[in-house]
Design a protein around this ligand. Structure first.
Ligand code: MRU
Length: 340
């Protein structure tokens, strides 16, 4: 198993720089909020649950490094850093969730020392809790995976997207742990190749059979009868849609056409039951991520590229949503109830 994606070591955060994988597994030592914000924007740290942990630790880091000695200005100082971190990636709801939980813990105190301690404790708690949540979610989802299943996944919803274990890959890992034979087809996930670089890396490390395809090969494999189910993660689940890496919607449409179950695996922290899809900002990234490959221009300069990072899959295309509390089935009317 690869090291934890993100961990605290005293006043230092250590995270795997995911932009370097699979070539190099390098752990970055980070001691300030600016460096963490850059890591989130550059996708050194990425994936919804890992962003939740990063947000939480970002608040803890801001608290540990603030030079304010009076409680009021100290809280304002940390809140400013939190606001700066929150906008680094707008679609994944976990980032704001981790930030808000840690800010609330910090605000429930009345002294600077107490606030620093509370923020660090809450962020550590969020990081530890993530593993328990992924393991529970994995166990719940494993029952959906038949022995011998050929699973298609998109992007990386594995250990690297969480503290460890993963959501979609957590389901696969739990199925394998329970004795089932499972193989995974990982869509490469243009343009940043999280599927090819990260999902394939993790599965290979664990000895789980895997292959990589171009995103556009998925429908063809479904048509050939080579895919038994699709399992993906999520960045946000609203009342009517699942937001996940761009290309997910395409797989859901194709899976429905071919009668293949389409499963989403996500912790409750990824649910946003107050919003609808139309309310959500979809992150648009630099067009150079599409316009150039391996440092070489592939699109004529002057021709614009549109680079949406996520899409929204309507809930009626989703066969089930696997959470740590159980498996939700259509029509998802019980979504609010799961939080009770
Ligand atoms: O842009 P990324 O790499 O952060 O996108 C990540 C995804 O889309 C994942 O599928 C999602 O965050 C779920 S991770 C458990």
């Amino acid at each position: 198993m690869i090291p934890r994606t993100i961990e605290r070591d005293g006043a230092t955060l250590r995270f795997i720089d995911q932009t370097l994988l699979p070539e190099r597994l390098e752990v970055v030592a980070c001691t300030d909020v600016d460096r963490l914000a850059r890591a989130i924007r550059r996708l050194e740290v990425r994936g919804a649950p890992a962003l939740g942990i990063a947000g939480a630790y970002g608040v803890a880091l801001a608290a540990m490094t603030s030079t304010e000695t009076d409680y009021g200005p100290f809280v304002e100082d940390v809140a400013k850093a939190a606001a700066y971190l929150r906008v680094t990636r707008p679609t994944a709801v976990n980032l704001g969730w981790g930030i808000d939980r840690t800010l609330a813990a910090l605000r429930a105190t009345g002294t600077v020392d107490g606030a620093v301690e509370a923020a660090v404790r809450e962020a550590d708690h969020i990081a530890r809790e993530d593993e328990e949540v992924c393991r529970a979610l994995g166990r719940n989802g494993a029952d959906l995976i038949p022995d011998g299943a050929r699973v298609l996944t998109h992007c990386n919803a594995g250990a690297l997207a969480c503290s460890t274990w993963g959501t979609a890959l957590g389901v696969v890992r739990s199925a394998v742990e329970s004795g089932k034979k499972v193989s995974v087809t990982a869509c490469e996930t243009r343009p940043l190749l999280q599927g090819a670089r990260l999902t394939a890396f993790e599965l290979h490390e664990d000895g789980i059979p895997a292959r990589v395809i171009t995103d556009s090969t998925a429908a063809f494999l479904m048509q050939r009868g080579e895919i038994d189910c699709v399992v993906v993660g999520a960045d946000r689940i609203t009342q009517d849609a699942v937001f996940n890496k761009i290309g997910t919607y395409m797989h859901a449409v194709c899976a429905r056409y071919h009668g293949i179950p389409f499963y989403v695996a996500a912790p409750l922290s990824t649910f946003d039951t107050i919003h609808r899809a139309a309310d959500i900002t979809i992150e648009e990234r630099d067009e150079d991520e599409i316009g150039a490959f391996s440092g070489k221009r592939t699109v004529p300069s002057g021709v614009p590229c549109t680079n949406f990072a996520f899409d929204a899959t309507p809930l009626d295309l989703v066969s089930a949503i696997v959470t740590e509390k159980g498996v939700l089935r259509p029509p998802y009317g019980q979504m609010q109830g799961i939080f009770k």
